[in-house]
Design a protein. Structure first.
Length: 137
C-alpha cells in the first residue's frame, strides 16, 4: 500500500450521501491533515477489502486503515477518526467506554438505513482540484 507516512486511510461508500457528507466533515475538521480517502468502490478500496478478506456484500461500514493498526470498522473506525479531529469532535472518544457490541448495533441500524434516509448517488464523488491530493485511487 502506498499510504504516505503517518497518514490514515478512510474507506467509504462512494455512492452514499451520508458517507460523502461525513467525508466532507472530516476534511473540514482534520486540522492535522491525518486522513486520506478512497471509495470502497475504487481499485484501491477493492484491493484493501480483498487483502483483509472483508466481504463487500456484508460491509455497511466505513473502514479505517493505518499501517500501524491495520483495519478498523464500524463504530471503532468512527471513534478512531473522531479522536484525530479538532475539538470538540475528539470528545466523542468517550463512547469507547460503551461496549462495541452495543455501539455496533446502533452503527449497523444507521448503516442499514442510510440510503433510505439520506439517499444514494449514481456514481462516486469527484474531488475538487484542491482536495484531489487527499483522495487515493
Amino acid at each position: 500500500m502506498n499510504l504516505p507516512k503517518g497518514k490514515k486511510l478512510i474507506l467509504f461508500d462512494g455512492v452514499c450521501n451520508l458517507c460523502n457528507t461525513t467525508v466532507q466533515y472530516v476534511i473540514k475538521h482534520d486540522k492535522k491533515d491525518v486522513f486520506r480517502f478512497t471509495a470502497l468502490q475504487s481499485n484501491l478500496g477493492k484491493k484493501i477489502v480483498e487483502a483483509f478478506e472483508i466481504d463487500p456484500t456484508k460491509t455497511d461500514s466505513i473502514l479505517l486503515y493505518s499501517e500501524e493498526y491495520g483495519i478498523k470498522s464500524k463504530s471503532s473506525a468512527a471513534l478512531h477518526i473522531a479522536r484525530q479531529l479538532s475539538f470538540p469532535n475528539n470528545l466523542m472518544t468517550v463512547f469507547f467506554i460503551v461496549p462495541p457490541i452495543i455501539r455496533n448495533k446502533i452503527y449497523d441500524y444507521i448503516a442499514k438505513n442510510r440510503y433510505k434516509w439520506y439517499g444514494k448517488k449514481e456514481y462516486c464523488i469527484m474531488p475538487t482540484k484542491a482536495l484531489k491530493a487527499k483522495f487515493l485511487e
